[in-house]
Design a protein. Sequence first.
Length: 411
Amino acid sequence: MSATLQPLDLAAVRRDFPLLSRQLRGKPVVYLDSAVSGQMPLPVIERMNLYQREQHTNVHRGVSTLSQEATDFYEAAREKVRRFLNAKSVRELVWTRGTTEAINLVAQTFGRQRVQAGDEILLSAMEHHANIVPWQMLAEEKGATLKVIPMTDAGELILEALDDLLTDRTKLVGVVHVSNVLGTVNPVKEIIARAHAKGIPVLVDGAQAVPHLQVDVQDLDADFYVFSGHKLSGPTGIGVLYGKLAHLEAMPPWHGGGNMIRSVTWEKTTYMAAPGKFEAGTPPIAAAIGLGAAIDYIAALGLERIAAQEHALLTYATERLAAIPAVRILGTAKNKASVLSFVVEGIHPHDLGSLLDGDGVVVRAGHHCAQPVMARFNVPATTRASFAYFNTHAEVDALVTAVIRAIELFK
Ligand SMILES: Cc1ncc(COP(=O)(O)O)c(C=O)c1O
């Protein structure tokens, strides 16, 4: 944190989230589940509301003032994403439904073009299912193999293994920037550089990174970078695929239909240039505009101040939970974002999650769509608290008190 960094005005920030003043089962809600989906602040909700009430029609169609206006708002949101990621051009940004759809798009176009029988796709040991299953489907179709970069017990990737794993058969590396289970911030820039040294492209799953870290796709030199709006204080139903223009231009379209064509005859269809050729059909216009508003909101708070607040919460929560003898924290990497997974001896995470819920504390209990991570740590599931910039130290106390109460109950 720089010396002059003013902390966030938490009381003011919290007023932007009406859900935070709700009661759950008679208790104030303590929302510690932003990694599953973030809450939307009022300015985002109001921006979408205004669009729906007064500005809606379809985009990229027709000459009406309304249609041009809607198109301008929608494309302005793409420009906001461009600035947010520091992409070179808006042409490198494809709207998708979310991270999952973005990865499937890459697998079924770029992947399908490049991967052949006997080839390898290299993923990290801490991927979300969204960055495993699309590649597994492709590997099955093509007769290719998935390989895995292993990790330590602390939840850090073992990069010494990388040079051996990157072979002349590796056609793509897929790596998560921040693990949704362990919170590890992976050294993606280094991984990309090492893959590029062998001419191998890299896709980065940024779903859990963009809410916490300043991401610069040019500095990272990522070939593809993907994320979802709903984890970035925006709405569901919208996400982003960043791809280097040369890749997007060389990739075939994915879904066919309206909006993505230059001309259609019974004999042949020609396609728009990127990103249009990947955006068939009517897009989620309000959601895209909402994501633009979320990026404005985050920028106004400042990612550096957001990260400072979340880091303080993570440190405090880690210290307090680690002090409870029955608690084991999973993921103790040196560089972590505000995701805290733990197990409590003798209590199944689902039971713990239900008990915490009874105290108004909302966390996620389960395998977090990362069953290989559960297998690696030999647990069926974990309980995961994830902190956003609107959370407070008092809410961490509420979590710890509820965990202690649960342990007492199970004694
Ligand atoms: C690391 C990571 N990747 C991918 C996803 C999938 O995101 P979505 O369901 O928004 O497509 C998630 C969601 O939890 C995630 O945490």
